[in-house]
Design a protein around this ligand. Structure first.
Ligand code: AMP
Ligand code: MG
Length: 458
């Protein structure tokens, strides 16, 4: 058998990518293979031996390439970023008719590597594996993890770390930055090709550049609302990490909040809080306005682009209200109550996940509050608003990848012990059910366990 590649990106004009084989590694070893995902996307595990997953063998039918893209990083524009450590092996169309990219991340230097080594360390690879798969079962659109392997080679970061390669599956790797690349080069013909490619691949019902923009805006607004409903902080919402398909992409210093506070930031490089929890919708809209900018050569006047951007807030607010109404099990939408609840949670230092989990299972919340009287007062207000039939258990997870648990699993893996990674992965596979034997994975970190900053680890 061979992987059923059906490649389309490689047929786009030359300026879209550089052909690039993955660079072989010394001693590949399998860490994890996602059999369920393989079945879902219509590939066989047997076609992905460790030599393929590590990039030592290029499988038949692959057309490996590194894609070109640009991007705003923390607000500053780089006209050329591109796949500096990732290689697209090719695409496969699944039994569901969906075309997906199969990409090796950490596969060696490419034309776009600049000063980088083209590699990834085990920690960030397993973080992406754990968190992206958790996001999927939590119901959030996301790139997926098909496999993780170690390379048998060290990567030099602050200290030498074991190298690894992630096999990533995505509806595509098109980003806002993909459009910015051609816009910066004033290549109108390339923009036309890219618009049509993205439209046909992701939003076939959309019409022209404006239809595409509208669809991306909707998908991104809904995506970020889902993040907010889980207390998820992406950490690096640069335009090159902002996907056209509306999937969460590029898990760097991402984390789920423990104690609720809107200004929470985890990334060690986000000193000014640009990508703080509460800023995420604003930043998504800012990124989308950059996408709109790239479409100006293709559209008559800016008014229709602005009108499209203006619809972001409505889509986002509708989705946010729907999500928090369900989380609180309210009988009717009540924005004021949702806002007041979140403010109360911040004032009282309430753990985000535990609060909703306890409400869903009819458990007490008093000991989550600094001031138990505030819990009683809030509870009285909630009781008169809640619906007796709301299925709160279906929308409030018992388990999320708590940052201290993720860090502990990655630290162990760096030292060759994959048991904590396996265990955490198994617990997170069923986030919406109680697992009494794994109750400790529900707990927020103790003072000593708390992870203050998450490093990019690129
Ligand atoms: P990221 O922050 O991972 O989204 O990456 C931002 C840009 O830096 C992209 O163009 C990456 O390809 C590039 N990059 C990140 N890490 C490396 C690395 N180790 N070697 C080469 N390029 C890298
Ligand atoms: Mg990126």
């Amino acid at each position: 058998m061979t992987i059923p590649f059906d490649n389309s990106f490689v047929n786009l004009p030359r300026s879209f990518y550089m052909r690039q084989d993955p660079v072989p590694v010394a001693a590949p070893a399998l860490v994890k293979f996602n059999h369920a995902l393989a079945a879902e996307i219509g590939v066989l595990a047997a076609d992905f031996p460790v030599e393929v997953l590590a990039g030592n063998t290029v499988p038949e039918g692959a057309a490996p390439l590194a894609a070109a893209y640009a991007g705003h990083q923390f607000g500053g524009f780089s006209p050329q970023l591109g796949d500096g450590r990732a290689v697209l092996l090719g695409e496969a169309v699944g039994p569901d008719g969906i075309r997906r990219d199969i990409q090796l991340k950490g596969a060696g230097r490419t034309f776009f590597s600049r000063g980088g080594d083209g590699r990834a360390a085990i920690g960030p690879v397993l973080r992406e594996y754990l968190v992206s798969e958790a996001m999927h079962v939590l119901g959030v659109p996301t790139t997926r993890a098909l496999a993780a392997v170690t390379t048998g080679e060290p990567v030099r970061r602050e200290t030498p770390l074991p190298g690894a390669v992630l096999t990533r599956v995505a509806h595509s790797h098109l980003r806002v930055g993909s459009f910015q690349f051609h816009y910066a080069r004033q290549d109108k013909a390339a923009l036309e090709v890219l618009v049509e490619y993205a439209r046909a691949r992701h939003f076939p019902e959309a019409e022209g550049p404006l239809g595409l923009l509208d669809a991306v805006i909707k998908a991104q607004a809904k995506l970020v609302a889902k993040w907010m409903g889980l207390g998820f902080i992406h950490g690096v919402m640069n335009t090159d990490n902002s996907s056209i398909s509306g999937e969460t992409i590029d898990y760097g210093p991402c984390a789920f909040m423990d104690t609720y506070h809107p200004e929470t930031v985890f990334s060690s490089i986000d000193r000014r809080g640009r990508y703080a929890y509460a800023n995420q919708p604003k930043i998504a809209l800012w990124n989308l306005s950059q996408l709109a900018q790239t479409l100006t050569p293709l559209v008559e006047g800016v008014a229709p682009l602005e009108a499209s951007l203006a619809r972001f807030d409505d889509t986002y607010a509708t989705e946010f209200t729907r999500i928090f109404t369900a989380k609180l099990g309210l009988a009717a939408q009540d924005v004021d109550f949702i806002v007041a609840t979140l403010k109360m949670m911040a004032d009282e230092g309430v753990d985000f996940t535990l609060f909703f989990r306890r409400l869903a299972y009819g458990q007490g919340i008093r000991n989550l509050f600094e001031n138990p009287a505030a819990a009683d007062e809030w509870n009285a207000n909630w009781q008169i608003r809640k619906s007796p039939t709301a299925d709160m258990k279906a929308v409030n997870p018992v388990f999320v990848p708590r940052n201290h648990r993720v860090e502990a699993a990655l630290n162990a893996a760096e030292h060759g012990d994959f048991a904590p990674f396996e265990k955490l992965h198994a617990v997170l596979a069923n986030p919406f059910s109680e697992q009494p034997e794994n109750a400790e994975y529900e707990a927020p970190p103790t003072e000593e366990e708390r992870v203050l900053a998450t490093f990019c680890g690129t």
